[in-house]
Design a protein around this ligand. Structure first.
Ligand code: NAD
Length: 458
C-alpha cells in the first residue's frame, strides 16, 4: 500500500498536501472500534441521531465558502458549482428530517387477535462507504448520513481525489455530536479500498466505476452481506421534432452534458436529434458550448475547469481520435489545452454513430457526440444500445409521446424535458452495468436496515 497520498490541484498540477495513508493495522483497529461503538449508537433514540445530522448540516452551511474552496482545490470543480453542490446536498438532510421516522419506526402489521405481527427495522452494523470524487457531498451524504441515522457506524473511504473533503466530513460530524467511534475517515487509494474488502464488515456501499464495483461485488460475495453499487453510465438524450423551443432545448442539453466538466454519473453522454430539427439544434448547441467560460476554477464565472484526473486526458484524446477516424464531424474543441493543469477544450462532434467509442463507452469529460435520427423507433433502439442503465431523457412538447419512449428505457431514472438531475424524494439507482440497489427516497432509507419479523402471542 502507498504510504502517502499526494493531493494535487488539477488546475496547476501542484501538490497541495501530502497525507499519510491509513495502515492495515489502523484499519483493523478502526473496524473493531466501529463494531463496539455501533452497539451503543443503535440504542441512541432516532431523534437524537437525527439531531446530530441537523447540526452537521448547519456546520456545513456555516463553513460553506471554506469547504467549497477545499473541494475546488482538490477536484478542480468550478467554485460556483462547488457552492451549489454543498448547498444542494442539504436536501438530503431535509429528506431525512421529514422521512426517517416514518420509514425506520416499528410497524404493527397485525395489532389484534391471538398472534400479533410486527416489523422492526434494525441497523446493518458497521458499513463501508467507498466513495467517488465527482460529487463527494451528494454521493457521500446519500450513504453515510442515511447509514448513521439508521443506527449504523461507518468506515468512510473518500476517493483519493477528494480526501481533504472527506476529512472535513469527519471533523464536522464529530463537532455535531457523532461519536468518534461511529464514523471513521480513511486515507488511501484503491489498495486501501481493497484491504477494506477483507475486513469483517456488515455491508458495502460503493460509488464509482463499473470495473471497481464489479470487483467489489465479487470479492465480498462470500460474506453474504448487503452490497450496493452506484456506478457509471452512458446516458442518452433524445430531442424529438416537436420541441417548441429548439434553442432552449440546446441550452439544457449542453448544460446536462458539460456541467462539472461532464464528470457527472448522470451527465448527458450522447445526443440523438430528429432530422427535422437537426441543423438548427446543432447550431444552437455549438453556440452555447462555445460561450462557456473555461479557466481558473476559483473564478466565480468559470463554467469549465480542469479535469480532476490527468489520466482522463488520454481517454478523451483516444475517443476524439477514434471519432475522427470513423468520420464524425468535429464542431468544437478536440484537444487538450496548453499550459498548466489538466484542461481539455469543450468538444462537440456531430454525425456520430455507434461504431464510435464516444457513443458507447463512458466519456466522463467535456466531450459529446450528436447523432441524427429519422424516427422515434430508431432513437429508442439507439438509446437502448448500451450496457449501462442509469438515466435516459427525452425533450418533447408531447407528454404522451415522451412517456411512450421513456417507458421502454431499461434505466433507473427517466427525464422528460430535463436531465442530469437527482432528487432525494425518488430512488437513485442504476440497472445492469450502472449498479445495484437504491439510495435516496424510502428505499434509500430502508437500504441501511434489515427487517426483523415479530410473531407475538400475548
Ligand atoms: P473508481 O472506481 O476509480 O474509484 C471509486 C472508489 O473506489 C475510490 O474511492 C477508489 O479509491 C476505490 N477503489 C479503487 N479500487 C478499489 C479496490 N480494488 N477495492 C476497493 N476500493 C477501490 O471511480 P471514480 O473515478 O472515483 O469515480 C468515477 C466513476 O463513478 C464514474 O464511472 C461515475 O459514473 C461513477 N459515479 C456513479 C455515481 C452514481 O450515483 N451512479 C455517482 C458518482 C460517480
Amino acid at each position: 500500500m502507498q504510504e502517502n497520498i499526494a493531493i494535487r490541484n488539477p488546475a496547476t498540477g501542484a501538490v497541495e498536501a501530502t497525507l499519510t495513508s491509513t495502515t492495515t493495522i489502523e484499519l483493523d483497529v478502526m473496524a473493531a472500534i466501529l463494531k463496539q461503538g455501533q452497539r451503543k449508537w443503535a440504542k441512541v433514540p432516532l431523534q437524537d441521531r437525527l439531531n446530530c445530522i441537523f447540526r452537521f448540516g448547519q456546520l456545513i452551511s456555516a463553513n460553506k465558502q471554506e469547504l467549497a474552496e477545499i473541494l475546488t482545490k482538490e477536484t478542480g470543480k468550478p467554485i460556483t458549482q462547488s457552492l451549489n453542490e454543498i448547498g444542494g446536498a442539504q436536501n438530503r438532510i431535509e429528506h431525512l428530517r421529514q422521512n426517517a421516522a416514518k420509514w425506520l419506526s416499528e410497524e404493527v402489521i397485525v395489532g389484534e387477535g391471538a398472534t400479533l405481527e410486527n416489523i422492526r427495522y434494525e441497523p446493518l452494523g458497521v458499513i463501508a462507504n467507498i466513495s467517488a470524487w465527482n460529487f463527494p457531498y451528494n454521493v457521500g451524504f446519500n450513504v453515510f448520513l442515511y447509514a448513521l441515522v439508521a443506527g449504523n457506524s461507518v468506515l468512510y473511504k473518500p476517493s483519493e481525489f477528494a480526501t481533504l473533503t472527506g476529512q472535513q466530513f469527519a471533523k464536522y460530524l464529530y463537532q455535531a455530536g457523532v461519536p468518534d467511534d461511529i464514523f471513521k475517515c480513511v486515507v488511501g487509494d484503491g489498495e486501501t479500498g481493497q484491504y477494506i474488502l477483507s475486513l469483517p464488515l456488515d455491508g458495502y456501499f460503493f460509488t464509482g466505476s463499473y470495473k471497481t464495483g464489479l470487483h467489489i461485488a465479487k470479492t465480498v460475495a462470500h460474506k453474504l452481506v448487503p452490497v450496493q453499487l452506484e456506478l457509471g453510465g452512458k446516458d442518452p438524450l433524445y430531442v424529438t421534432d416537436d420541441v417548441t423551443d429548439i434553442e432552449q432545448a440546446a441550452v439544457s442539453a449542453a448544460e446536462g452534458a458539460f456541467y462539472n466538466n461532464g464528470q457527472s454519473c448522470c451527465a448527458v453522454e450522447r445526443i440523438y436529434v430528429s432530422e427535422k430539427i437537426y441543423d438548427k439544434f446543432v447550431e444552437a448547441f455549438v453556440a452555447e458550448v462555445a460561450s462557456y467560460k473555461v479557466g481558473d476554477p476559483m473564478t466565480v464565472d468559470t463554467f469549465i475547469g480542469p479535469l480532476t484526473r490527468a489520466a482522463q486526458l488520454t481517454v478523451l484524446s483516444d475517443q476524439v481520435k477514434d471519432a475522427l477516424e470513423k468520420g464524425a464531424r468535429l464542431r468544437l474543441g478536440g484537444h487538450a489545452l496548453q499550459g498548466k493543469g489538466y484542461y481539455y477544450a469543450p468538444t462537440v462532434f456531430e454525425h456520430c454513430d455507434h461504431s464510435m467509442a464516444l457513443m458507447i463507452d463512458e466519456t466522463f469529460g467535456p466531450l459529446i457526440g450528436i447523432q441524427k435520427v429519422s424516427s422515434d423507433e430508431e432513437a429508442i433502439g439507439l438509446m437502448q444500445d448500451t450496457a449501462y442503465g442509469l438515466t435516459a431523457a427525452v425533450f418533447s412538447s408531447d407528454r404522451n409521446r415522451a412517456m411512450r419512449i421513456l417507458d421502454q428505457m431499461d434505466t433507473g431514472t427517466v427525464y422528460w424535458n430535463c436531465c442530469d438531475r437527482v432528487s432525494p424524494n425518488v430512488p437513485w439507482s442504476g440497472r445492469r452495468n450502472s449498479g445495484l440497489g437504491s439510495t435516496l427516497s424510502a428505499q434509500g432509507i430502508r437500504a441501511f436496515v434489515q427487517p426483523k419479523a415479530y410473531h407475538l402471542r400475548p
